[in-house]
Ligand binder design. Sequence first.
Ligand SMILES: [Ca+2]
Length: 347
Amino acid sequence: MMKQLIRIYRRSRLAQAAIACMAAFLLSIVPGKTLEVSESYRNNAQKAFDSFLQSLWPEAQQRGISRQVFDASVNRISLQWEIPDLAPPKIAGEQPAASRRRQAEFGSPGRYFSEKSLNQLAQLGQNNIRKYASVLSQIERTTGVPKEIVAAIWGRETAFSNARIPHDSMSVLATQAFLGRRPGFFRPELLAIMEIAQSGIVPLAQLKSSWAGAMGHTQMLPGLYLKYASDGDGDGKSDIWNSVPDALATTATFLMASGWLPGLSWAYEVEQSSKLDCTLEGPDEGRPAAQWIATGATRVAGRKWPARLNDVKSYLIMPAGRFGPAFIATDNYYAIKNYNESDLYVL
Ligand SMILES: [Ca+2]
């Protein structure tokens, strides 16, 4: 597994479009495993679920959601037993076994960095960067986030909108809030999607998401949408479901708010012969890049360090351990990590 990761990294340093390449297989092809529950559990859970939904009304009202939108939302919500990541609570003395966790980032790096899908995505990425050149330049000017980064996220999330996003957002968020592993995380997301419904930005039927509730071309959760919704195509609204420019602008705005440093890379790969102390790896060991350089960090392929990096707090990242590839990363690394916790994702 490690070897494979390393091999791909070595190749990646040579790749022209390394950033756009760093995408692999997609949310839509990560299969679910249906929870096995008895008929009696199913019936009791349905009753408890109906009460749970009704119990949200006071909070929904506080958020400015009308009774009409609340009722319309609740009426379209149904328990989605087939989605992954469920850990059903004990109801009427019965508790089924949890379903397996399914997220690409928890799978093997070899599969995540599959060369075939990376090459396909790189090609799509180059085409889309050309197709959306003016929108991406505008976004870069406004947010400081480079077009390659925005495009890479779009590619990783939905393969440039080629992934199927089949689920009803409200139903999966409600299911995750009621039967999921992280009910405390998803409950506010369920209220957030109702708030989006209240705004009337798109009809309820168009509020589609992944099984984990992420919506639109770049897979934003409802809470993030409410905070960072941006208008990339200038029509006065932020429709991340139907407008690629809106989705890209919203993602870039989120990265900007996460502390993106314009003009700097997410990371600079260093020679493995740099012999950096692997105990200094990670977010707690940040120090001015000049210090890493002074202790012998040398960029790959004889590249020069950008002078402006000297005083910038930087971090040593060694994703495959001390014998694997090494990077001097900036806070941009952690801004991307804010989008998705996984180091594999950022790489
Ligand atoms: Ca728009």
